[in-house]
Design a protein around this ligand. Structure first.
Ligand code: ZN
Length: 154
């Protein structure tokens, strides 16, 4: 049903070639790294989160396959200026898109360019590439999440 062009859509290729926010933040207050041994993808994430839990700036560096790099690039655009709680909602929607298809009640508007990674759902081995930067984001924000928000991922 899907062929390889669905996986490497123009938007994905563009993010891979010209990754957005591909830089180290010198004044980051949250950092994390992620490694996907299955593919060799490596990502370093830098965040500047302010006192009201808003992502003021985000950048990433590292090396990896086109999917991992495009996903990290798209992620930085999706969560820039968003609250930590919103970032978690976006991740939930993204993960849902990759694992259960687009026909559920999720706000895919939140995803921005991430929606172009929908084809990854057909390639289970590549899902780890696509979510690598998001797991790094979770690590980076660990201990910064407030208890008040209870976002269901079901
Ligand atoms: Zn990969």
């Amino acid at each position: 049903m899907f062929d390889i062009e669905d996986l490497y859509q123009d938007v994905v290729i563009d993010h891979n070639r010209r990754p957005r926010n591909f830089r180290k933040l010198e004044d980051a207050n949250h950092t994390a790294e992620g490694f996907n041994p299955l593919c060799g993808d490596q990502v370093y994430l830098y965040l500047d989160v302010d006192d009201s839990d808003v992502v003021k700036d985000i950048g990433f560096t590292g090396a990896g396959c086109a999917i991992s790099k495009a996903s990290a690039s798209m992620m930085t655009e999706a969560i820039m200026g968003k609250s930590v709680a919103e970032a978690e909602r976006i991740f939930a929607a993204f993960r849902h898109m990759l694992t259960r298809g687009p026909d559920e009640d999720f706000d895919y508007e939140l995803l921005g360019d991430l929606e172009f990674l929908e084809g990854v759902a057909k390639y289970p081995v590549r899902i780890k590439c696509a979510v690598l930067s998001w797991h790094a984001l979770n690590s980076a924000l660990d201990g910064k999440q407030s208890d008040e928000q209870a976002v269901s991922t079901e």
